[in-house]
Design a protein around this ligand. Sequence first.
Ligand code: HEC
Length: 740
Amino acid sequence: MHNHQNRKSAGETNFGGRAWLRALLAAGLALPLMFGPTLVASAPNRPGAQGHAAIGSAAVDDARQLAADREPGTWMSAGRTYDEQRYSPLTVIDKANVKQLGLAWYGDIDTERGQEATPVVVDGVLYVTSAWSMVKAFDARTGRKLWEYDPKVDRATGQIACCDVVNRGVAAWKGRIYLGALDGRLIALDGRTGKVDWSVQTTDPKQPYTITQVPRVVKGMVIIGNAGAEYTCRGYVSAYDAATGKLRWRFYTVPAAPGDPTNTPLLDKAARTWSGEFWKFGGGATAWDTILYDPKTDLIYFGTGNGLSWSREIRSPGGGDNLFVSSIIAVKAETGRYVWHFQEVPGDQWDYDNTNPMMTADLKIGGKPRHVLMQAPKTGFFYVWDAATGKLLSAARFAPANWASKIDLKTGRPVENPGARYTAAKAVIVYPAPLGAHNWHPMSFSPRTGLVYIPVTENSTGFAGVKPDGFKTNSRTYNTGTVSFSDEITRLYAQPGAPARGNIRSYLQAWNPVTGREAWRVPDKDYGASGTMVTASDIVFSGNWSGEFTALDARTGQRLWAGPTQATVVAAPSTYTIAGEQYVAILVGARGLPPGQARTSAVSANNSRILVFKLGGQAQLPSAAVKAAGATSHTLNPPLMSGTNEQVIDGQAIYGRYCSGCHGAGGVAEKTIPDLRYSTTLHSLADWNAIVLGGARADKGMVSFKSILADGEAEAILHYIVSQANKDKATEEAAAKTGR
Ligand code: HEC
């Protein structure tokens, strides 16, 4: 695909004018290989982007990662550099030629669930993970698959994965590729072959822990946290020796029962911000996403999630801040020793995890250079801290929020709306909802424009607590201690001035972290967030839920280019060069197909694929629709209602507790998991029970609930879903009649 036009345009833009100078300064070691098309054609056997390491050697170490900007053609860690700005100095693709982007190659991903990984590209190989923690390695230039690895995670683990069986990518280090598997294993693979070098269980397998995050390698240690704060888990972050897998340190984020040997003096102090027998529920505060290392401060930062249960009335009946729930914690890299913390949401009860992507940057604030840490968390407030001390510099609101009016810069505490806290006796409407104004989807920062590119989602939810008396946890299910559907919540939403319920709108926002203001925003046609990346050509790359991968002007938001993905995009892109050609890679697939898109992949109902674009790329995605075996119908066709009122009401509560986490609140599936209202199994209690109790689909992630449900409960859920489906069918029919 090295057609003449492509080579010429790449050459012109890369080696002409200021772009050339930038490339020269930035390219460092890469220069010899970046010169000209002749070399591209004559050096087919040297696909290593920089030429100084053999293909597949994954030869990343401290020095190379620290000097990542000297090899702009490599994307050697998920955030590219330690600061995780997801900014690429590459300028081969620029505003003038970006319209020539075409598909260079693609690779099919053989899973049906959410795909969240950022491709890592080093020494000529692109490494990407998919749902169920599987890894694939491709020749980054040709797309030839070099190896794949499946850790064979027990599909029953899906039951304890709060938010799908996703994985956000690998780390590379001294020849090894590190993977955090859903079942809590940390696995080191040989970068050339994909063979397991070592594997350690980082969690108690009897506890409902999962891992979906990217491991980070810092000073020869692999740093990894975990998830499970909706179940019965207590959060911690561990450091393992990268060569041997030996545990070096562990930091627990919340106290255990008094006298527990894992309680440090710091945690004993933290225990004073809790009340009651909080440890009985597990504690929560899992650090499930971002772990960031900053070489300037030599600190590792991680964010912690919600407390367990979400309802504070249950987990800490006397109130309190509940340290270190919903906080940022900074520890010494070598030892994991505590240095500072900042609790963003004291006494959180809205699932406002603060695990969201963070980055460090050098900004000029009030005319003074500051080395800062930044985060756009679920809460809707954009935080800027001094990276060394954790001192709050600003916290401006970047999205609508009704739980707090502002953040007090002196105390660092939110000024809560007095109506924002719910109890068992009091329901509230809160926005942002638990999915947040900004969740795990990577944001990016350009030091050239000074802007942060955030995928923002606006949403609202109702909350009420369940009665604390007699509240019991079950390690295989959600234990949030909340309800989001009730007559009272429906009444609140019906009141004048109430916000829309559920998902409202989404947009890509360019945010100025110095002024605390939005520079521009581009609304999405279809609701949903996708990760971002920005380049030195002032181009922001991002996918969307309409089935596109887009290039936007980083200064104005103007759309410069869009290519089809045939799939929903949630992950963030990365970019690299090989022999002077710039490639942009994006993993696609999640949460059903975009509107109007047919299935074209034989191996994934979501058209999950790794797509790699370059200037003049000529590859084509398949156009023929693939018939999916056993696909659920897309018209509501439920049987007539036959359940009693009691069954429907019970079924609603049981569904909310055990099923809605995967199948969607109110029976409306948001994910890649069947919407039960459409299921043909509604017509046969025997078929329904074979799946729900008999485990007939356990190999696909629908485990048996036999040990969890009491007699008659599976049937009650069926009646509830049938009732929902009939209601929704009636609404659809009425709407069709009135032409709305
Ligand atoms: C951990 C996630 C998860 C939970 C929790 C869960 N399911 Fe499922 N369920 C799935 C997945 C994944 C499938 C699709 C399996 C497949 O591909 O065949 C599924 C499929 C089904 C189906 C078959 C639908 C069809 O027509 O193909 C039924 C019925 C069902 N689930 C009922 C339930 C009920 C009832 C509950 C609560 C007691 C529940 N599920 C909880 C993940 C889950």
